[in-house]
Write a protein of this length. Structure first.
Length: 461
């Protein structure tokens, strides 16, 4: 019986990574990272990807909610039979994790799994594009994956950690609404979009923003009784797209040591052309090259300065054994050129005129700082006449690690905010806060109450 249970436990068969490359296809060059190859040993799964992995088109792939792509060995067998092929190898479908188990018909959006020392959350089915057809040498592959209901799915990294082939996959949380990957895929792509199912889908907190907007567009049409045909869920999502695709060279114009573990960089364009002013709370992706012959490191960092079109400020913490943070701290110099993506992310200040709470822990203060700067500059457009509500900015950290306190307090003062520094003792309920932006690691937010006590406070003027 125990042997049967052990065999039934889902298991990680292979960890696959690959960096973007240029490939010739139909008379043109395509920049893609769909070629993934297995790696030996343990690899760290980080917020944006697994170490050594990358995406060729950041507008259509990658990001926090599409950090790790998962595909099942059962689907390998299915496609071998369908296509009459026997030449598949791990990473064949562009997946980062090849798994035994976790079928699309059972895995639900919002489910969380522990693999090795990392914890992942299911966010959406895979949206296939023509690049998988290039990799498979099968032009119809993208359409086949959808029509046959075997898309695979994406993970968001909840807790960074190491994974390795052979690790057991343990479910730690079941997602709300219990909507499977297969159900979500069919709801978007097949005819008929029941209103009850759409309402169920948009209630799932873990669902990625792109899929949520698609389902919301379908739901809005169902509610309005519109006779418009077509699938509004498959049109481009509302909102501005990234200002540029891929990476742009930016020069380090300033470097500040905020604390023993946090360094801030100011980046400016090398060509003198304006940047895109980020929405307060957004992040950018840096492509770092610690050594010429080593794989590039892709890391996302929240912008910590006021929204500007001539420079970006970001604050980077050096984690224990963190290669990127160590590189920034010890090797990056003023004048160096770094590759950066356009700002992205939906964790941004929204319109309104009510009270606001900005709550952060540790280096999570970086997007909060950007929001405070935006409020001070009147750039947040909260309400018809700009921001008018009172602000409370709380930063949870130990006194010896107040890396960004010198920046938090002036920014809070400029907005007439209540600025709080807190220690990890006592309790502050967050169950009835007004508009609240909370930025901290998941281990610091495991329940709806945070252990803190106020060390210093300045009442609103």
């Amino acid at each position: 019986m125990e042997d049967a249970e052990k065999r039934a436990m889902p298991r990680l068969l292979s960890v696959n990574v690959g960096l973007p490359r240029d490939v010739a296809w139909r008379g043109k060059t395509v920049h893609t990272a769909v070629w993934k190859t297995p790696v030996q040993g343990r690899r760290v799964a980080r917020r944006l990807n697994i170490d050594g992995d990358g995406q060729g088109d950041l507008a259509g792939h990658g990001g926090e909610h599409r950090a790790v792509f998962v595909y099942q060995i059962d689907s390998y067998a299915y496609w071998q039979a369908q296509l009459g092929r026997s030449d598949f190898s791990y990473g064949q479908f562009g997946e980062n994790l090849t798994v035994d188990g976790l079928p699309d018909g059972e895995v639900c959006i919002g489910d969380r799994y522990r693999i090795g020392s990392a914890v992942f959350e299911v966010t959406q089915p895979r949206v296939t594009c023509y690049r998988v057809g290039i990799r498979m040498n099968e032009p119809q592959m993208a359409a086949l994956l959808v029509s046959h209901g075997r898309p695979g799915f994406y993970f968001r990294v909840i807790e960074e950690g190491e994974v390795e082939a052979g690790d057991e996959i343990v479910q730690v949380t079941a997602g709300p609404e219990r909507m499977t990957i297969a159900e979500a895929n069919a709801l978007l792509y097949t005819p008929g979009h029941p209103r009850s199912q759409l309402e169920r889908a948009v209630r799932i907190p873990a669902l990625s923003a792109g899929w949520r907007s698609s389902f919301q567009a379908l739901l809005d049409r169902e509610r309005s009784g519109s006779a418009v045909t077509g699938n509004p869920g498959l049109t481009a999502a509302a909102g501005p797209p990234p200002a540029w695709t891929g990476f742009r060279p930016l020069r380090v114009s300033r470097k500040d040591r905020e604390s023993a573990s946090v360094t801030s960089l100011v980046l400016q364009p090398t060509d003198g052309q304006p940047l895109a002013a980020a929405l307060p709370g957004q992040f950018i992706v840096l492509r770092l090259r610690p050594a010429p012959d080593a794989p590039a490191l892709l890391r996302s960092y929240s912008l910590s300065g006021e929204p500007r079109d001539d420079r970006y400020r970001l604050s980077i913490k050096r984690e224990t054994h963190g290669a990127a943070g160590a590189y920034v701290e010890t090797q990056v110099r003023i004048g160096d050129v770094l590759d950066a993506s356009a700002p992205r992310g939906s964790f941004t200040l929204r319109r309104g005129d009510g009270p606001v709470v900005l709550l952060s822990a540790g280096v999570g203060a970086t997007p909060v700082l950007a929001m405070l700067h935006a409020l001070a500059a009147g750039a947040s457009s909260r309400g018809a006449g700009g921001f008018t509500g009172p602000v409370t900015a709380a930063s949870i950290r130990s006194p010896q690690r107040r890396a960004l306190s010198s920046r938090l307090c002036p920014a809070a003062t400029a907005t007439s905010a209540t600025a709080l520094h807190v220690r990890e003792t006592g309790w502050l309920s967050i169950s009835t806060l007004p508009d609240a932006w909370i930025c901290m690691r998941s281990r610091n937010l495991g329940c709806r109450a945070m252990p803190i006590s106020i060390c210093a406070a300045r009442p609103p003027s």
